[in-house]
Design a protein around this ligand. Structure first.
Ligand code: ZN
Length: 79
């Protein structure tokens, strides 16, 4: 099952309990980081570019349903 990620105008909603706000999201990301180390060798990530991002599963924090989310319009989306 391919889960659609929320966009500027949509959000997730649990189809079982209606939860809109709390989810455990398992995702795989490929990122490129600009790591800047100071003279002591302590690294700081100064830039992070997301090369790829895929949601593997979404679990509802209220009812523990897995991958039972749908996309619904955000209340403030203009359209
Ligand atoms: Zn739920």
């Amino acid at each position: 099952m391919v889960l659609s990620q929320p966009t500027d105008g949509t959000r997730w909603r649990c189809t079982l309990c209606g939860n809109l706000t709390r989810f455990d999201v398992t995702r795989t990301s490929r990122v490129r980081e600009y790591v800047h180390l100071d003279l002591a060798g302590e690294p700081t990530v100064e830039e992070r570019e997301v090369l790829g991002d895929r949601v593997e599963s979404v679990r509802c924090r209220w009812c523990n349903a897995v991958d039972q989310v749908e996309l619904v319009d955000r209340p403030d989306s203009g359209s």
